[in-house]
Design a protein. Structure first.
Length: 68
């Protein structure tokens, strides 16, 4: 999915849905980092796309004027 399409989709979500998405992404980032530290996965490139998506979601929340 392209970034513009993703942003359009995110802007269509409610603030509660966006908050839930941020929480889910935080959990995913935690799990991947834990796997990296334990040596269960060797691909460190899994974290960055998740962090970028979380940043996009938080940006849309800020655009809507919603506090965390």
């Amino acid at each position: 999915m392209k970034v513009a399409e993703q942003l359009t989709e995110l802007r269509g979500l409610t603030a509660d849905d966006l908050r839930a998405k941020v929480k889910d992404l935080d959990d995913q980032i935690f799990r991947v980092r834990l796997q990296l530290s334990m040596g269960q996965t060797e691909s460190a490139g899994k974290v960055q796309p998740l962090r970028r998506e979380r940043a996009r979601v938080k940006t849309v929340l800020r655009e809507k004027g919603v506090k965390d």
